[in-house]
Ligand binder design. Structure first.
Ligand SMILES: Nc1ncnc2c1ncn2[C@@H]1O[C@H](COP(=O)(O)OP(=O)(O)OP(=O)(O)O)[C@@H](O)[C@H]1O
Ligand SMILES: [Mg+2]
Length: 244
């Protein structure tokens, strides 16, 4: 679906590259988790993959769809609220199809359908700013569905969400994946989502330090060396309820 080959991006004045000689592929139907500590390069890499920024060196290629067009990549930003452009969910979800050249009626129909698929049926004309955090993420997903993206990348989708919110996001991820979409989740919170994935990639200081199965990582990856809490860390009593 997407091939990333020796990609590097270094910002002016930065001591090290934010993304350093990274190579990997995302395959059709993958549910891939890309993890790494704060500042490890996840968001920069997402911007490069989506074409919002260009690598200094290396190349990123996308597969072509049936019509010969590069597959569309939809992004759900960490701050889903910042992604909302419309005053209402229906208006917001119609932006993409209108930009793609659909008529108002078609855009409306696509928006209604996308909101339904994202679990926002009944909230089409709510004031968008009053949606909950989880619902704002659903709205971002509806926008991505309305654009008919084949690949959906979530940047820190669990940030600021309570338990029901996390469960909602995971329900969306599971539904998208089972409907045939390729899903990429960028997060350091492995314990919340790793079970849904078939691939795990880990960035550390801009370098790709792990690319394999979640199962192999759980049995022998040195997560702590990369600033990630071992997701199998368990709690059995009060004394364990402290992150040290
Ligand atoms: N526009 C920019 N200009 C300069 N440096 C940048 C820019 N964007 C990102 N960086 C730097 O690149 C590095 C990687 O940042 P990035 O946002 O990709 O980290 P991240 O893995 O997404 O972290 P987090 O978990 O906090 O979201 C950081 O050191 C950051 O300061
Ligand atoms: Mg980030």
């Amino acid at each position: 679906m997407i091939n990333i080959s020796s990609v590097s991006r270094r910002f002016p004045g930065a001591p090290i590259a934010a993304v350093d000689q990274v190579s990997f592929s995302i395959n059709a139907g993958d549910c891939a988790v890309i993890s790494g500590a704060n500042g490890s390069g996840k968001t920069v890499l997402m911007h490069l993959i989506a074409g919002l920024d260009r690598p200094d060196t290396g190349s990123i290629t996308r597969a072509k769809d049936e019509l010969g067009k590069p597959v569309r990549i939809g992004l759900v930003f960490q701050d889903a609220a910042a992604q909302i452009l419309g005053d209402t969910p229906i208006e917001d979800a119609a932006f993409g199809p209108l930009n793609l050249g659909h008529t108002r009626e078609e855009a409306h129909r696509i928006a209604v359908d996308s909101l339904k698929r994202a679990g926002l049926a009944g909230k089409e004309t709510y004031p968008a700013r009053t949606l909950s955090g989880g619902e704002k993420r659903r709205l971002a997903v509806a926008g991505v569905l309305a654009m008919d993206a084949q690949v959906i990348i979530f940047d820190e989708p669990f940030a600021n969400l309570d338990w029901p919110g996390v469960v909602q996001v995971n329900t969306i991820i599971r539904e998208l994946h089972s409907s045939g979409k390729t899903v990429v989740v960028l997060t350091h919170e492995l314990e919340k989502v790793l079970a849904l994935s078939n691939r795990l990639l880990i960035l550390h200081q801009g370098k790709l330090v792990y690319n394999g199965t979640p199962e192999d990582a759980l049995s022998n990856a040195p997560f702590e060396t990369w600033g990630i809490r071992n997701p199998l860390g368990s709690y059995t009593g009060k004394a364990d309820l402290l992150w040290v």
